[in-house]
Design a protein around this ligand. Structure first.
Ligand SMILES: [Zn+2]
Length: 59
């Protein structure tokens, strides 16, 4: 399908922070402390804290 705008393979981060790309939180979309190539569902520090509170209070 020609003529369509495709996503650029080399996406440049427009953020001021330089460094490896960070994975997005699966809950809120905020950047996590983990690299983007880290497998699994990642949570930002805030959501990680919430999850910890949840599991701590379960039961
Ligand atoms: Zn989050």
């Amino acid at each position: 399908m020609p003529g369509t705008e495709e996503e650029q393979p080399n996406r440049t981060d427009e953020g001021a922070d330089s460094g490896p790309p960070r994975a997005d939180c699966v809950h809120c979309g905020e950047p996590t402390e983990y690299p983007a190539d880290r497998p699994g569902a990642l949570l930002c520090p805030h959501c990680e804290w919430l999850e910890a509170q949840r599991s701590a209070c379960s039961g």
